[in-house]
Design a protein. Structure first.
Length: 450
């Protein structure tokens, strides 16, 4: 018994010594992985955070984060918490220990909590919706005066402000055996509602979005869920007042428009039973649920959408928790393309970097800013650069470099290593040093700090 207690005590002491060290080692690896991911998305947005909480059960939380769109005119996005959760614990530790942070796991869940309704103050987005309303107004009469689509101007008039809270979530799972990606996007807006958009995408060979064949990606299934939290009532009152008609008259007109109206504004043409349920929904808004399956994958490349009509094999529609029997719903891809464009306008960059000629390596893109220190590039400032030939680059180059790829994305940092096929670019993101591989064949322009 004494020997057992002695052995148990020794084991307990060893565990007490080893566990904190292992936790520190894993936490350091995971922090490095997160910072590398932030570096990978830097062409789209710069992300910083005050502190990071790591749960070794497969969750990461970034607190008091800031997201800055690199080419956008929108103000920085403040996020109270960014949560990253790994459904598969094996993926969590494999990525952290493997060290190849350019890879993404087969499944992941990301949630941005406690944001403000950032797009309400975007002049670019307001101009986009104003132009779209003007264009649609030349073909459609509408039921809400000239407000066919609702952008920042209309939402502000309905009482929504920049301080209105917004939560966003994204979950995905990649199935390698049948090359399918299941994707779910959630959004919750205070005083507006909860929206979930789910889809199953076919012909996804891998998760490397830099090299994936976009021409083959096809939509296999689509689901939509909306739970109202006051938006429909505000909109009905707003439109009735703008049109100078009673609420009942506005609702009747809204639910009895012609096919062109719904095709342009919804991207679909509803049948009689759905229009009737929609009219009741405007009186008593609760939930709308739509699930549909397609006979064959519908290509996601929007250049094919104009003349394509996807065939629906399965359709389920429920309004206010009541299923509609034999619903009719025709998808109009050209109209749906406009809705996709409206969503992209919320998060897109209104100004893109100048396109580079593929036949030259001597095009100057940006310059003429005051000289700054090495760390300044990570907070959005810039320096004066000189374009050079790629063949003149050497591994012992110590000056700061800027790289522009064929797709217009830009990276800034310092050369860590160089061979005949790729270079390793070292930079700082969110307080950590990360190294990112860049293929030489994809570099259109190389610039070195003066």
């Amino acid at each position: 018994m004494l020997r057992f207690l002695k052995g148990f005590t020794i084991v307990a002491i060893l565990v007490a010594i080893i566990l904190p060290g292992m936790r520190y080692f894993l936490s350091s690896k995971i922090t490095l992985m997160v910072n590398q991911w932030i570096a990978n998305i830097s062409p789209y947005a710069r992300v910083s955070y005050e502190n990071i909480d790591i749960d070794l059960a497969g969750a990461i939380k970034l607190r008091n984060a800031t997201v800055d769109a690199q080419y956008g005119q929108q103000p920085n996005l403040k996020v109270q918490r960014i949560s990253i959760r790994f459904p598969e614990l094996y993926d969590f530790y494999q990525l952290a220990l493997k060290g190849d942070y350019s890879l993404v796991p087969d499944s992941l869940a990301i949630e941005l909590q406690g944001m403000n309704l950032f797009f309400l103050d975007s002049p670019h987005l307001a101009e986009h919706y104003a132009a779209r309303n003007k264009l649609l107004g030349t073909h459609l009469s509408g039921t809400c005066e000239k407000n066919l689509l609702f952008g920042p101007t209309q939402l502000k008039s309905m009482g929504y402000t920049h301080s209105t809270l917004l939560n966003l979530g994204l979950q995905y799972r990649f199935h390698d055996f049948n090359q399918t990606l299941d994707l779910s996007i959630d959004s919750e807006i205070q005083g507006l509602g909860f929206i979930t958009l789910g889809m199953s995408i076919d012909n996804v060979s891998h998760l490397d979005w830099e090299t994936i064949n976009n021409d083959r990606l096809g939509l296999k299934q689509l689901s939509f869920l909306y739970q109202d939290d006051g938006y429909i009532h505000r909109r009905v009152q707003y439109c009735a007042q703008r049109s100078g008609v009673p609420t009942e008259e506005y609702i009747t007109r809204e639910a009895s428009q012609d096919d062109r109206y719904y095709a342009a504004l919804w991207g679909v043409i509803p049948g009689a039973s759905i229009r009737s349920a929609y009219q009741q929904f405007l009186y008593s808004p609760q939930t709308i649920s739509i699930n549909l399956g397609l006979q064959s994958p519908f290509l996601l490349d929007r250049q094919y959408w104009k003349n394509a009509i996807p065939a629906v094999s399965q359709l389920y529609v429920s309004v206010n928790n009541k299923e509609i029997i034999a619903p009719e719903l025709n998808i109009i891809p050209e109209g749906l393309s406009g809705k996709v464009g409206d969503l992209q306008a919320i998060l897109s960059h209104p100004e893109q970097p100048e396109k580079v000629d593929q036949n030259t390596n001597n095009i100057t893109i940006a310059s003429l800013h005051e000289e700054i220190d090495q760390r300044a590039i990570y907070v959005g400032q810039h320096v004066e650069y000189k374009s050079v030939e790629l063949t003149s680059l050497t591994a012992d180059e110590r000056r700061q470099v800027k790289i522009t790829l064929s797709n217009g994305r830009q990276y800034e940092g310092f050369i860590d290593s160089l061979n005949e096929k790729e270079l390793q670019l070292k930079s700082l993101h969110a307080g950590g040093e990360v190294v990112m591989p860049v293929q030489l064949a994809r570099i259109y322009l190389l610039e070195i700090m003066m």
